[in-house]
Design a binder for this molecule. Structure first.
Ligand code: URA
Length: 245
């Protein structure tokens, strides 16, 4: 990678003066508890069609939109399929939709999404153009108080076939796992393993290179980890160059 690009990445990663999200992130209100009692919609586990290897993009989108494979369908507003070029070379995988994503039906639209967009920009990538952004689960997981929570192992397992089919259709050259949920579910490793132990190595997801880095929401809270994320993105760019040489 050129020195100029590395300098640009340092700037964009907030190690220089570019990002202004720090104050906004800390001023962000906590997700309020849901005031409304949850509707008691039965989850028909067997009703959702299995994800088949023949599913095309539209069929997959329809399957996700109508999915009732796990209890998250009861509380979702919108499913969040993912966004980006259908033939993107870069795939970024997060955890699952939060409140804003659930309302808008698009991944990473809150402050963490702004940070992710800056990270992409520093790499010469842009959502919707040459990168695809998806999540481990397509529906927002919430706790009893209506706050965001990580998906359970069962929820992640129920949703993984959708992501797997997306990957088959997109055929990216590299995957970046954003945070622990994405990393452990894609790599099938011990869920207790911290991101710090998974980053710094080029893993494989099936035959694709996969690089693990910190989740943008975590970076908003842990500014000291930004330089490590920058190193992870450099590693990913090198792995991408190798994979496409
Ligand atoms: N966090 C995620 O992991 N994914 C989103 O889409 C939004 C926030």
């Amino acid at each position: 990678m050129s020195t100029e690009r590395r300098h640009r990445m340092i700037e964009e990663m907030g190690l220089g003066p570019v990002w202004t999200l720090r104050e906004r992130a800390s001023a962000e209100p906590a997700v309020p508890a849901s005031a409304e009692p949850l509707p008691d919609i039965p989850v028909a586990v067997a009703v959702s069609a299995p994800v088949s290897e023949e599913m095309d993009w539209e069929q997959l989108q329809d399957a996700v939109a109508g999915c009732t494979k796990c209890g998250l369908c009861r509380t979702r507003t919108k499913t969040v399929f993912g966004v980006g070029a259908r033939k993107a070379k870069w795939l970024f995988v997060g955890e699952g939709p939060g409140r804003s994503e659930d309302q808008q039906g698009e991944p990473f639209v809150g402050p963490a999404g702004k940070l992710l967009d800056n990270m992409l920009g520093a790499m010469g990538l842009k959502r919707g153009v040459n990168a695809f952004i998806a999540n481990i689960v397509k529906c927002r997981p919430t706790d009893d108080n209506g706050r965001d929570r990580p998906p359970s192992a069962e929820e992640a397992a129920a949703c993984m076939p959708y992501l797997q089919r997306q990957i088959e259709l997109i055929q990216p050259s590299i995957i970046v796992a954003l945070g622990k949920t994405a990393a452990v579910n894609m790599l099938g490793v011990d869920p207790e393993i911290p991101v710090s132990k998974l980053r710094g190595t080029v893993h494989r997801y099936r035959d694709l290179p996969l690089v693990v880095t910190y989740h943008p929401a975590y970076l908003l809270r842990s500014l000291q980890e930004k330089s490590k994320t920058w190193r992870d993105l450099c590693l990913a760019m090198d792995a991408y160059a190798d994979a496409t040489a």
